[in-house]
Design a protein around this ligand. Structure first.
Ligand code: XBP
Ligand code: MG
Length: 239
């Protein structure tokens, strides 16, 4: 019997990566850096989980010179980027993807518990949940496991293992909802059956390990299956 849904955030709850990309570029411009990530560059950089790690990877591969101690400089850039991003989200910068609100509300109404397992920073998650759910956000997700709270980011399983620990549930009693291969690998490594709803930056990725790959959570099968306890979702995807 399905006991909990564990949601990824970026690309799954909402198409947030364009806002992340805007916040990165605004930060670089504010610091007088001639770095500008277009969509093609950003698609490739998204293979690197974590905003700080992504900036560091870009610097290393580009051989860019940065002032001062690299860790401190990158940390400062990322803090500013996060401030810009959370402001954009608070200003209503993004909508939930199709079906997300209904699936969350159906799950909650049917006693299916809810958690978050994400690479992004905790402050970004809270900004998005408050923008989407208002004051109801606080009680909705029992556990919010963010990238800045675990040793290793996706595709490592850490955030999903932490979510299972916080829920005191075993992997087979849960379902993960993801948008990317990094996220699928993380959930799969934690033993959690995973539904993938590919997003604008991940629609060309390999999801062989997924239980099901759906265009989005607005697919009529999902809401009906969750209400009936989602047992059918465990059966291997047909066709
Ligand atoms: C996607 C990520 C994050 C975001 C940027 O996270 O890899 O790094 O791109 O957020 P998710 P930060 O697991 O929710 O798909 O700059 O806070 O890392
Ligand atoms: Mg994601």
């Amino acid at each position: 019997m399905l006991k909990a849904l564990i949601f990824d955030v970026d690309g799954t709850l909402a198409e947030t990566e364009e806002l992340h990309r805007f916040a990165f570029n605004r930060t670089f411009a504010e610091h007088g850096l001639d770095w500008s990530w277009d969509r093609d560059v950003y698609r490739a950089l998204l293979d690197v989980s974590g905003g700080k790690e992504r900036i560091r990877h870009y610097v290393e591969t580009r051989g860019a010179s940065i002032p001062g101690e690299p860790g401190h400089f990158v940390g400062g850039l990322h803090a500013r980027k996060t401030a810009i991003y959370t402001e954009l989200i608070a200003d209503g910068g993004v909508e939930l993807r199709p079906g997300v609100r209904q699936v969350i509300e159906t799950a909650a109404a049917n006693g299916v518990r809810l958690a978050i397992a994400t690479t992004t920073s905790r402050s970004n998650v809270c900004a998005l949940l408050h923008s989407a759910f208002g004051n109801d956000a606080d009680g909705l997700f029992e556990a919010i496991c963010a990238g800045d709270c675990v040793p290793a980011k996706k595709p490592a399983p850490d955030v999903y293992v932490e979510a299972l620990r916080r829920l005191s549930l075993s992997a087979e009693d849960c379902l993960a909802i993801e948008d990317s291969r990094n996220g699928l690998l993380a959930a799969h490594a934690a033993g959690i059956p995973t539904i993938v709803t590919p997003g604008i930056y991940t629609d060309d990725q390999d999801f062989a390990e997924a239980l099901a790959v759906l265009p989005d959570l607005g697919d009529p099968r999902v809401a009906a299956l969750l209400a009936a306890g989602a047992e059918d979702l465990r059966r291997p995807a047909r066709g």
